[in-house]
Unconditional design. Sequence first.
Length: 382
Amino acid sequence: MSAPRSAAVAAMSGALLILASSVPRAQVAPTLSIREPIEGAPVLGQITISVALAPADATGVELLITVDGRELCTLQRPPWSCAWDAGRDMREHHVRAVATFPDGGRLVANRRTKGLDINETVDVAAVQVPVIVTDAKGRFVRGLAKDAFTLLENGKPQRIDTLTDDSLPLELIATIDISASMGQAMPQVQAAVKGLLARLRPGDTTTLLGFNETVFVLAEREGDAALRAAAVDALVPWGGTAFFDATVRSLELVGDRAGRRGIIIFSDGDDRHSVGRRDESLRRIEEGQVVIYTVGFGDAASAQFRETLRAFAEASGGRAYFPRRAEDLDADFGAILEELSHQYILSYVSSAPPDGSWRTLEIRACDGCQVRAREGYRAPER
């Protein structure tokens, strides 16, 4: 760990110690709450159930988490969280946390997730296509039903099984270049990223990655605004750039979960340290089902790297942005979030068998509407 990073960690640790010692334990009444999932939010696939227990350093506590009356995990120390597979059907669940203290006292917290009607459930094995719809003046079109869309794969009409609109939470992956060349601009970049995350809605989550020669996960599916901001503050610039590896890692963290998802990848220079290659990363994007926005910052990137940023974004149905100054980041990040906030997800099961082939997509919507989506995808192999 470099000297600046060590000093930052030491300073943060000292601040926490001062805060803890300044509050008499006897005056702190224990509290228990469920942080994730959000009350009334729908859940699908692998998620993390996260519980807040105060005081955080309480000893001798046993925390039991159950889902739908079945024991999921029992914890004796932080972090008060455990993984849960919510399954492929979006149905209502009851999450319950019970903290038992050494003196026999107990605290209980409950949470219910949202379910959908049987004809609205999402098959996570289906092809999912993120779609942006605008009118002739470029304004976002909201409130469309699935019968407003026509979807063709290799020229053949496909039956759209489900449509997901902006009523579902957004899962955002923010992947930020922290190579040494970012040193001077990093404070302004951090401020812009925090501004972006502060505009997320309750129930939205963020996974924050920093990358140089290595990829670091600083927060995973985090819904707490303060913890997201703290993770951004932990970004420290050093080392080289492994853009292709960071792209693949971002896609891995999204996985195959159904729902509204988006990736923002921010970098200021050419990739010189990735283990993987450009074509491998591009193929992963073609196989994925998530929209990617790339942001090439400043003037350091070569024309070839800028073209890579465009290719990666367009292959997913996203856009590439090239702000020259840190002051321009707020506007570009705002434009990206505005699109993600008006995103539809069309889900269908292809009529063709899985064979690893490239398949073109054509999507139409209401009369006079403009549709932007990926031009195709690479089917899974049998």
